[in-house]
Design a protein around this ligand. Structure first.
Ligand SMILES: Cc1cc2nc3c(=O)[nH]c(=O)nc-3n(C[C@H](O)[C@H](O)[C@H](O)COP(=O)(O)OP(=O)(O)OC[C@H]3O[C@@H](n4cnc5c(N)ncnc54)[C@H](O)[C@@H]3O)c2cc1C
Length: 253
């Protein structure tokens, strides 16, 4: 694997990638498979910057995590949630079609990355589209590091908001040391007997006990979600240096 230790945006150049496919994940989330002109290896958890340029020269850019594992070479997936009053995510959802070309630079990232050689036990805590970089870690684990004991706690508004639902179900059913729990913050499915509230200390203590020990914890999602989950994890007894966080936006899930 190329040396991607702590890659920072300023040192990277922009490339033009082609949109190869578009997959509808949920009613407000789509995955864009991009083929960059040259392949750069990366660590799960890293992201790319995407830059849009209007006909009058106005430019804007946003960061999007890589959803695929490094083992999926040549192409990479970005999974984008539509923020209705946003600038870039609605452009992707409403304008971008297969064959379009988009400017990107990366991979970017440092502390919020995990590879199988870093071991575990691994706790992944996702809020909404915060599942994206954690999915890259789970896909990488499934390809190369199934021995690493892992727990995914995934907070969504409802079952219809769960991204990668079928793939996550299949990974959880494989019975190879991956445990998973969903929590639903707005509406739980009929007859649901799992968590149905925002992530809190009690929930994380429960998960901590089910995993037995925590080598590394990665929390990703909206600002408020990450803040609450990280504090709750430390309150549940996990030492702060084991906890890595990535924040996507201003609101809570
Ligand atoms: C390292 C990193 C990785 C990221 N990876 C992903 C990813 O994999 N998938 C993904 O969908 N997003 C991801 N994001 C968020 C993404 O960069 C954009 O912020 C998001 O798509 C909104 O951009 P926008 O131009 O549509 O909205 P903007 O024009 O930036 O914002 C419009 C309005 O929406 C609010 N807003 C902005 N972001 C959010 C949000 N996440 N939730 C709710 N309200 C918001 C703003 O405060 C503003 O009021 C990532 C962010 C970072 C920093």
């Amino acid at each position: 694997m190329a040396n991607t230790e702590g890659r920072q945006p300023g040192k990277l150049v922009w490339h033009v990638a082609t949109v190869e496919s578009i997959t509808v994940e949920t009613y407000r989330v789509k995955t864009y498979r991009l083929r960059p002109p040259t392949w750069a290896s990366f660590r799960p958890g890293m992201h790319y910057d995407i830059r849009l340029t209007a006909p009058d020269g106005y430019q804007t850019q946003r960061s999007y995590s890589i959803a695929t594992a490094p083992e999926t070479r040549s192409v990479l997936d970005l999974t984008i949630e539509k923020i209705v009053d946003g600038e870039v995510s609605p452009y992707f959802h409403d304008v971008v079609v297969i064959g379009d070309r988009v400017e990107m630079r990366g991979p970017i990232g440092g502390p919020f990355t995990w590879t199988g050689s870093m071991g575990g036990p691994l706790l992944l805590v996702a809020g909404g589209s915060g599942i994206v970089p954690l999915m890259s870690m789970l896909r990488h684990r499934d390809s190369t590091a199934r021995h690493v004991q892992t727990f995914l706690l995934y907070s969504s508004r409802s079952l219809d908001d769960v991204i990668y639902r079928e793939e996550l179900d299949a990974l959880a059913e494989a019975g190879n040391g991956l445990q998973m729990a969903h929590t639903f913050t707005r509406s739980a499915p009929e007859g649901w007997d799992g968590y149905a509230r925002r992530v809190d200390v009690e929930m994380l203590s429960d998960v901590f006990n089910r995993l037995g020990a925590i080598g590394r914890a990665y929390i990703c999602g909206p600002d408020g979600f990450v803040e609450t989950a990280a504090n709750a994890l430390v309150d549940a007894g996990v030492s702060p240096e084991r906890v890595r966080t990535e924040r996507f936006g201003p609101t809570g899930t």
